[in-house]
Design a protein around this ligand. Sequence first.
Ligand SMILES: [Zn+2]
Length: 292
Amino acid sequence: MQVDEPVRLPRLSRAAVCGGTHGNELSGVYLVREMLKPENRKEDGGPASLLMLLSNPRAVQQCTRYVDTDLNRCFTHATLNGPASEGAPYEIFRARELNNLLGPKGSRAAVDLICDLHNTTANMGLCFIAYSDCDWVCLHIFRHLQMPDTPMRFIHFDVSTKESYSLDSIGKHGFAMEIGPQPHGCIKSNIYTAMREGVQHMRDWVSCFNSGESNVSFKTSKCFLSQDRDFCLLRPGEPLFQTFSGETVKYQGAEALYAFFINECAYYKKGIALSLARKRRVSVPSIRVRGS
Ligand SMILES: [Zn+2]
């Protein structure tokens, strides 16, 4: 592939913005409700069809992460296509409904792009979370965002398509937009505003791409250290936890890694204190809609 030749990709005709996949992550819930108001349904030349929906309405109603089981772990091929007994968790039925509406996962009928909105209690700024580090559409949308006051990162979960488990994996392209810190069940204006701007930037980028414009620009984001230490490098031997009796527990890994989702309250039940990632550099080719 020549470096200068843009990669030709199909038009993004159908996109979905989903909130309330976790019912107590309120920025996405309020943003989707707001976007669904008739006065806000503007035609901006974005995707020909933009679907907005609350993924887990029962959990939203109860302002809880989920009713029976975590909906955002129900989108593996096995869960979507396996047998479901009558007493199966509500979220399994809901995942299948969503798969019919936005998928089926892995098929040509699936929507072109899914943006799933989440909040974290961790101090992570704005994160794009995706299963691919060579999905140029997601990477271009990410690079199009420019929010000087919000740190931004792209997190690649290295999981195969078959094992990918979250709602955004149903679309041909998909990512979760995860913004924090915000306590679950609360809404903070700065976090809500960052999410609203992020979604608007995404829509702008999609309309620009669909129009065939070559100037789907790159913008660079600022990165700075946060006081809660998400995305700081954790080196072997550095202090990691303090026990209630006052002892320091050190990081025993052999490799220096970046910590994130530090002390995320939804992960207490799972016994996950933090996640660790390796930093990678990805070169993204320029892209152009096919046929322009
Ligand atoms: Zn979530």
